[in-house]
Each structure stands twice: as C-alpha cells, then as structure tokens.
Design a protein. Sequence first.
Length: 468
Amino acid sequence: MTVTRREFLLQTGQACVGYALGAAAFVAGVQRFSLINLLAQGSDYKALVCVFLAGGNDGNNMVVPTTTTEYNAYASARNASGLGIPRDSLLPITPLSIGNPFGLHPSLVEMQSLWSEQKLSVVCNVGPLVQPLTRQEYQGGAPRPYQLFSHSDQVAQWQTAIADRVGQNGWGGRTADRFARHSSGFPMLTALSGGIFTRGQVTSPLSIAPAPTALNQVLVLNGFGTGADEVARRSSMEILRGLETESTLESSASRTTQEAINIGQTLSADVTLGTAFPNTTLGNQLRQVAKVIKFNASSPALGLGRQIFFCQLGGFDTHQNQVGTQTSLLAQVSQAIKAFYDSTIELGLDRQITTFTLSDFGRTLQPAGAGANVVGSDHAWGNHHLVAGGAVRGGDFYGVAGPNGSVFPVLQLSGPNDTDNRGRWIPTASVEQYAATLASWYGVNGADLPIVFPNIGRFPMQNLGFMS
C-alpha cells in the first residue's frame, strides 16, 4: 500500500506525541520548552506538586472542630444518618492561631505527624469566587462562579483560577510561563494525569506514566530499533521531517516529534530512591515525581531551576458509601504525601518542594441518604486543603476570616456561611488567593501576579501567609 508523505508524517507524529507529550503538548507543539540552569540558580530550585482529589473531597469530615459547641453542631447535622465521625476517633490537632482543638479524619495519621512537625497547614474554606461574597449578597444575586456546583466547570475553575468565564490554560502553566526562556530543553511541567492545570500560554507539559515504569521507559520510541527495516524507517522519517516545513501543521508535528525524541534521549537512565512509597495510585504517581526531581538534580543535561507537577486521585464524588470510600482514599492521600515528603528530605530539598491539594468542591454538611452503604453528601462549594513541605508555616489554619471572625466556617445549616439550608459554605478565600500564595513562594513577582491570576485584584489580600 502506498503511503503519502503527509500520512507518514501524521502517523509518526501521532506515535511520538502519544508516548511523549500527550494531547496538550501536541496542540502547543510550536512552542519551546523552558530551560533554567539549576547550577546557575544554585539553591534557588523550587517545585510545586499539585495533588488533585477528583470528584469533590468532603472537607467537613477531613477537618472537624472538637470543642463541645462546635462538635455538637457538626454531630447534629451528620450523626443520625451515620455520616458523622465519633469525636474520640478524630486525630487531635490544635491550630496555633485559633487555640481551640480540632480533629483530622482518622485516616490522616501521617498528616497528623507532619502537622506536629509543623510541616503541614490547612487552608480553610477556599473556593472559586468572582469577588468576595457574603450570604446576603449571594442570595441577592451577586456574581458567582460560572456553572456553580458543576463538576467539570468547578474542576476547570480550580485549575485555571478563573471563575467568571471559561479559562483556556491553567494557573500552573501560567506560573511556568513566567520562567520560560523559549529555548529547547526538558519541560518544566510534568503531568502524571490529565488536566488543564499544567497547560500554559507558552509552556506545555510532559505527560508520563507513573511508577513502577522506569524513567528510561516512559518515552520509548517503538518501531525504530536496530533492525535493518527499523533503521531504514528511522532514516526515512528524518528525511521527510526536513522537507516542506513551511506548512504550519507539518512543521508543528515535526518539531513536536523532535522534542519527544530529544526528551527520550535525555531520560536515558532510571534513578532509585531510598524512600519506600506505597504501591497505590497516588503513591506511584508521587514516586515518579520524586524520581524526575532526582534525575533533574543529578543531570547536567537538565538542571531545571523550577518544576511543576500534577497528580490526581479519583473517587471522591461520594454521593453514597462515603464513610468507607473516603476512609480508604484519605489513607492513600496521607501515606503517599508523607512518603513524598520523606523523599524530599532524602534529596535534601524538603524546603524547596511544596505539595498541595485541590479538589472540585467541598460537600454539603447535610447528608444525602442514610445507612452505612448509602449515606453520602452532595456537591457544595468552599473546602479545606492541605499544604505540606519544609517551607510551610505548619501547625496552623490559614484563609480569610468569615462572618464569625474565624477562617473556619460556622457549621450551621442556614447559617452565616451557607448558600441556602444544606451546608454549602460560601468560600471566604478564593482560589486566586490560595494559588497566588504558592506562586509567590515559587518566585512569581508581584507585578506578574495579575498576569498569572487575572482576577486577583478583586481580592484585598493576595497572600494568605502559609509559606515562609
């Protein structure tokens, strides 16, 4: 069968893109990956690691107040249905700035350990906002996020930090754009799962498989081995890719293919870690992140001074069987993040790497259904998130104070933080404020924050203070 040159280019380009850069990188293939020399940056290396809890994690059961009045308010809403957690099962913590006791979900044993070491903070009641919003303003029709309570739209708003319209790229990608030098090299952004978070305007992510896949196997170019037919095929591909490059599609495919080949050659060896990781979905993703960071730090060919990673764990859309499901998922989160933090100590980079969570939204304080195998909760809004690392001002809660004067919401149906009567907390801190705090630590200067976060000027406080 005769194959035209265009068909050959498309086939080889698609093969390379499939194993190397993923769809997002193919679309942005005309752009060059950024390269910052780690040796020149010295100890200025920093990395952000996003862990997305897909489906909408229930923050109401992740962090629970345990003073008598506040716990009773929580229990009165949840215990009758079987959704509440007994007070003596919660893992005790006391935020430095609040002074009152709280409890972490019983599965977060490792997170309690990081909290006690002041390497973990909780950012409270965060969510997408168009502008600061009170219950009265919300019920009066004030602007609120586009398609509020929708999975796909809220996922996008958490990852783009744009709530009043559809964003075209992610805040992780736009953060990386501030460090792009438009030179060929290894990408600053690495995605272990799909999402718009790592898509920038001029930077694109490398998409790789999680561990146990070896680094020198994540970008294998199949069909171009040492056999005579394979050598001939490779030679033909090289010749064809050099012809008629004036076509935008063909030149883009050719450059993307070459970038894939270059990256595959760079990742020529695997690395090992002394830290043990759990053999779980998130554990294997974070293990691969740690390996890429170690490879970067030890390879003269890379030397990136900044890196951003995106991982994802699904299953948090707990309309039913929430008790068992969340127990299992949060144990996975806790064990994987702790193992990853331990690996940053092994690498001597614990103060230079920060891990943080995002999720679609919180969930209603009011249960949905009743009974151990039925009870769950519905889509809500504001949520609590974990931030871990050596540079985190740990052992405390952060955010924006609400109507009760605290960053932690009032757990009351139809109360001052509720949109209606189901316990959907109106966020007091915006995604922009949460993300800008991380981006500022990462090195984005104040003048560039409005470029990364177009709506940040609508919020009076741009830094929530949880990073040192």
